[in-house]
Design a protein around this ligand. Structure first.
Ligand code: ZN
Ligand code: ZN
Length: 333
């Protein structure tokens, strides 16, 4: 499913096309895609909030599949093995960020399904050093872990490194439902905020100690109760209620690659007291490996809806309209 020019998803910008099977370079692995998760970033790419970086692109960066062929110098992977291809496709290894353990901030980094073709397809290629080994025969529930899960995990580590505190989740989609689940299992007290009662029901099933229906005007203003918060919603307006719930010294982490403008912040009441707002950009390879190990150890499950690959436009439309509880996965097999 190829994007040639950005447009609102309602106009069905992705086109079904036949492309040649990509040729892996010596350090690359060719993967027969089994399924690919649909991430909000794909929506930003298709609709142009992230400016196009090439003439056409196949989106998709939560890719689960089997190795079809390896490049001449690849040693870590073999034909037939199950692997995941995540968002981070390549970093330069030389810039001030790469050489100080912050490759997620690399100035030249490339992304799967944006800088290079991704997984809304039957085949995709990944770099040996960036793709992730997966357990045999992974279920469709694994795909959303590859971006939504990893970025949420990085946000959790940055927002509140030590378990035990109380952490709030705003914007309860694919990433939040995995991160809340992991945080609950690691011993954080988790609180979910949403306008959607279905999202809150899922949050309770996943371990939330409290859920807050945000359209409910609270009868009395409650005192701030959160040690940290993560705002997954791409809209700036949610920053204010999240800050309002944050105690002194707390951090609000925002793992969004794009966000509409944040309204004016009342410094005296919402920021003073050493409260911090922190954007989270992509992830390092170490984040991905740590998170996948934790996800397997704690049996994280993502709630997914599977759709055929050729319905990618419809899947993005549903995501945009908030009609999905959990995550959407495209069946590419
Ligand atoms: Zn770099
Ligand atoms: Zn993503």
């Amino acid at each position: 499913m190829v994007l040639h020019s950005v447009a609102r998803v309602e106009q069905e910008p992705l086109r079904e096309e036949s492309l040649a099977i990509p040729e892996p370079s010596p350090s690359e692995v060719l993967v027969r895609v089994d399924h690919c998760g649909v991430c909000r970033t794909d929506l930003h790419i298709v609709e142009g909030e992230l400016p196009p970086v090439r003439a056409s692109v196949v989106p998709g960066h939560e890719i689960v599949g089997r190795v079809a062929r390896v490049g001449a110098s690849v040693r870590r992977f073999h034909e037939g093995e199950w692997v995941g291809i995540p968002w981070l496709h390549w970093t330069c290894g030389r810039c001030e960020f790469c050489t100080t353990g912050r490759e997620n901030l690399c100035l030249e980094k490339q992304f799967t399904g944006y800088s290079v073709d991704g997984g809304y397809a039957e085949y995709a290629v990944g770099n040996e050093d960036y793709i992730l080994p997966l357990p045999a025969r992974p279920a469709t529930e694994l795909a959303p872990l590859l971006c939504a899960g990893i970025i949420g995990y990085r946000a959790l580590k940055l927002a509140l490194p030590r378990p035990g505190g109380r952490i709030g989740f705003f914007g309860f989609g694919g990433s939040a439902h995995l991160t809340l689940q992991l945080a609950s299992k690691l011993g954080y007290a988790t609180v979910a905020y949403s306008r959607n009662p279905d999202h809150l029901r899922l949050a309770r099933e996943l371990g939330a100690v409290e859920t807050v229906l945000t359209s409910d005007p609270s009868p009395v203003a409650r005192p701030p109760s959160l040690d940290a918060a993560i705002d997954f919603a791409p809209v700036g307006e949610t920053v204010l209620p999240a800050l309002r719930e944050l105690k002194k010294g707390g951090t609000l982490a925002i793992p969004a690659i794009h966000m509409s403008p944040i309204p004016a912040i009342d410094y005296d009441h919402l920021l003073f007291g050493e409260r911090k707002i922190l954007s989270v950009e992509a992830n390092t390879r170490a984040d991905a490996q740590e998170f996948l190990a934790l996800a397997i150890e704690h049996g994280l499950r993502s709630t997914t809806v599977s759709r055929p690959l050729r319905e990618a436009n419809g899947a993005l439309r549903d995501l945009k309209a908030g009609r999905v509880t959990g995550a959407v996965v495209l069946d590419c097999a």
